[in-house]
Design a protein around this ligand. Structure first.
Ligand code: AGP
Length: 609
């Protein structure tokens, strides 16, 4: 997610904005910029790379003045570059804007603006907002901003600076956070509280659909229909470190709770309004490319490999072509059979995992087309793949991957549906049912987060165990693998995932009195079979925690505890059912006093073999 800082006051705007952006560095970014009002002009300085690069440019071209805006960019549309960094200006250099979010309809708006003679400097979706401000400016910055945001679809946190209105900034938000820091003779705007804690602990937290007019002597808030809003200040008691985590105890917990938004963002702009079609403009495939795919090899590591296993099941079910899933460190050295028509799909949150990158390069050397699913636009995987589907989870700080995983699943569901629709494998009603189910995921994820207290209680009792098993059939098996990995990597409890039907072929020997077994039962067509496996482990004394859909009244009779999930299509259940398992791992690790965000022996991105 991008970082925004704005300032109207008496201090050096350069010092306040750059210092604030530095406090937002933890959010991850690939470029940065600042615009200030000085001498009746809007002056902007931007740079790709770290803030130090921007500061080097500012050393050569310092910005005067005490009104301005700044931004750290996490690229979604348009590669990391000086030109794509924010702030973005209109043709006349009168407006400067910074934006956090996604303008879904930017391609249409950009085409219209180009047709009317506007000249664009960047590839970004955001720049259309600056040109719309210029085009719709009616002499009043507030009404102009309201008219502009009515024209854009998608998520935004937006701050506007205007050359001819030098005493105020306009801040407006929908889905992306913005806070207003309240000072004496000075006011602050930021995406997140850490950027302004140095100056004030009193803030207005802008709600969705609110606009703030920010002047030195005060702040006025309105709804998007122009009605005044009486905001109550919020006094921040967090310290700077807690503030970076948004008040959560750890980045991992924050990122678990960010999943509804991350899933929503990853869906944004990719599902037609009537749920009739998947739209993946970033693929831009001809019908021949889609029809020419004969088989798919999915290659990844760790959690991303688990996503690949879900992808296999979904692709084979919807597209009816063979899909192999390989661990990258094996695939890169295997004598792969990948004749013409093989699509190699690499999945990587960081886009820098050495084994995955090597597998990508081996596939390219063989002449295979490579599609990447990654969370980092400017990553090596993104640059070297033929096609990229970006997950818009925002930077994932904790070593244990959570929101990146669920958004990888969403990207896989979207791609499988896209490929099936392009190859005429699905009727319209089948596509609509699938996309309606995907559209319900953010809400389902929100609901399942409500099970956190129950899971925390279970984790407190569970944290002392040494061995545990996760079992499931069908899509519940990769779910079991991901749950076991989460638990192992942050709680250090030995956990093993098993295809439920396979237990009796040996591992059942390890199931004795009190051994905890997490039984996953979301695949309704395999319900009875999984139930019989649960009875197998119960008969050996296991303590079973079952995961099933709300409304299932049978499972409770066969297990010791049940976690109920909001009902979803079983095909998309893994994207929701994983959340209780993430929480279980988190609370068990906390109970054991582990370093949750930075577990021993592990790195966030394994850039070595
Ligand atoms: C996930 O919780 C792990 N930290 C790890 O398995 C990770 O998924 C794996 O290293 C792959 O990373 P990538 O997605 O950045 O390629």
């Amino acid at each position: 997610m991008c970082g925004i800082v704005g300032y109207v006051g008496w201090r050096s705007v350069q010092d306040v904005v750059v210092g604030g952006l530095r406090k937002l560095e933890y959010r991850g970014y690939d470029s940065a910029g600042i615009a200030a009002l000085a001498g009746g002009q809007v002056c902007a300085v931007k740079s790709v790379g770290r803030l130090a690069n921007l500061e080097a440019r500012l050393a050569a071209q310092p910005l005067d003045g005490s009104v301005g805006i700044g931004h750290t960019r996490w690229a979604t549309h348009g590669r990391p570059s000086d030109e794509n960094a924010h702030p973005h200006l209109d043709c006349g250099g009168r407006f400067a804007i910074v934006h956090n979010g996604i303008v879904e309809n930017y391609l249409t708006l950009r085409a219209e603006l180009l047709q009317r003679g506007h000249v664009f400097q960047s590839e970004t979706d955001t720049e259309v907002i600056a040109h719309l401000m210029e085009e719709l400016y009616d002499g009043d910055l507030v009404s102009t901003t309201l008219n502009v945001v009515r024209r854009i679809r998608g998520a935004y946190a937006l701050v506007v600076l205007h050359r001819d209105d030098p005493e105020r900034l306009i801040a407006v938000r929908r889905s992306s956070p913005l806070v207003i820091g309240l000072g004496q003779g000075e006011q602050f705007i930021a995406s997140d509280i850490p950027a302004i804690l140095e100056y004030t602990r009193d803030v207005y937290v802008l709600d969705d659909g609110e606009l703030a007019v920010v002047r030195r002597d005060g702040v006025e808030c309105f709804t998007l229909s122009g009605e005044p809003v009486n905001k109550q200040p919020f006094h921040v008691t967090w310290d700077a470190v807690a503030a970076e985590r948004g008040g959560y105890a750890h980045f991992m917990l924050k990122e678990i709770h960010e999943q509804p938004r991350a899933i929503r963002d990853t869906l944004t702009g990719r599902v037609a309004d009537d749920h009739a079609r998947v739209i993946l403009p970033e693929l831009n495939w001809s019908p021949e490319v889609a029809a020419g795919i004969r088989r798919i090899h999915i290659v990844a590591c760790g959690t991303a490999w688990h996503a690949g296993l879900v992808g296999k099941a979904v692709l084979e079910q919807l597209v009816r072509i063979p899909v192999e899933v390989d661990i990258a460190s094996e695939y890169r050295y295997r004598d792969v059979i990948a004749p013409e028509g093989t699509l190699v799909m690499v999945i990587s949150q960081s886009g820098e995992t050495a084994d995955t990158l090597a597998a990508l390069r081996a596939a390219k050397a063989r002449g295979n087309r490579v599609l990447a699913i990654t969370n980092v636009v400017g990553s090596s995987v993104a640059r070297e793949a033929d096609d990229v589907i970006v997950t818009w989870a925002g930077p994932e700080i904790a070593v244990a991957s959570t929101k990146a995983y669920t958004t990888q699943l969403v990207a896989l569901y979207l791609f499988a549906t896209y490929l099936a629709q392009e190859r005429g494998m699905l009727r319209g009603d089948e596509v609509r049912a699938l996309l309606t189910a995907l559209d319900s995921l953010p809400q389902a994820a929100e609901q399942v987060l409500d099970t956190a207290p129950q899971i925390q209680q279970f984790a407190r009792r569970y944290a002392g165990v040494h061995d545990t098993f996760f079992i499931g059939r069908g899509l519940d098996y990769p779910l079991a693998l991901e749950g076991a990995l989460k638990l192992k990597e942050i709680s250090y409890i030995h956990a093993e995932a098993y295809a439920a039907g396979e237990l009796k072929h040996g591992t059942l020997a390890l199931v004795t009195d009190g051994v905890p077994v997490i039984a996953l039962v979301t695949q309704t067509h395999l319900y009875d079979k999984t139930l019989s496996n649960i009875k197998e482990v119960k008969a050996r004394g296991a303590y079973v925690l079952g995961l099933t859909f709300v409304g299932d009244e049978q499972l409770a009779e066969s297990v010791d505890e049940v976690i109920y999930l909001p009902r979803t299509l079983p095909l998309v259940a893994p994207a929701v059912a994983v959340i209780p398992l993430q929480l279980l791992a988190y609370y068990a690790a906390v109970e054991r006093g582990n370093d949750v965000d930075k577990p021993r022996n592990l790195a966030k991105s394994v850039t070595v073999e």
